[in-house]
Design a binder for this molecule. Structure first.
Ligand code: CPA
Length: 125
């Protein structure tokens, strides 16, 4: 199945909550947003900004993606509030146990389609 903006929103958008370093945030959100079904997704970033702000990155600086050789990635001109969830080494499915780290960074996303919208979270820096 082709990645879609709806999938991007489910996995990466949390506009209504402020950046949050409560240690339980990732365990709760990764489960709630369906990323602990079948296996524990290893790394996932949530963005605490509006959809308008994130969508606008598709018209900002274009670059080669970090995780593929595709050229449809874009880097945010500003830093954004994000939370990174990383699976702990000691975690054993189905008990997906994550570290929660909030930060303010530039994000790199892939955009696709017409309208040209975010479909993949590539990296933050
Ligand atoms: P996702 O955004 O669902 O990198 C693997 C996953 O880890 C990726 O998943 C994002 C996440 N991650 C993260 N934060 C990080 C590092 C990684 O959240 N700091 O990807 C959605 C879909 O997009 C996948 O099915 C693959 C596809 N895809 C990959 N590159 C693409 C591109 N350039 N254009 C369109 N789709 C692409």
């Amino acid at each position: 199945r082709k990645p879609s903006a709806e999938e991007f929103k489910r996995q990466h958008m949390d506009p209504d909550s402020p950046p949050n370093s409560r240690p339980t945030y990732c365990n709760r959100m990764m489960r709630r947003q369906g990323m602990t079904k079948g296996s524990c997704k290893r790394v996932n970033t949530f963005v605490h900004e509006s959809w308008a702000t994130v969508k606008a990155i598709c018209s900002q600086r274009q670059m080669t993606c970090k995780t593929t050789r595709r050229n449809n990635c874009h880097k945010s001109s500003s830093t954004l509030h994000i939370t990174e969830c990383r699976l702990k080494g000691s975690s054993k499915y189905p008990n997906c146990d994550y570290t929660t780290t909030d930060s303010q960074k530039h994000i790199i996303i892939a955009c696709d389609g017409n309208p040209y919208v975010p479909v993949h979270f590539d990296a933050s820096e």
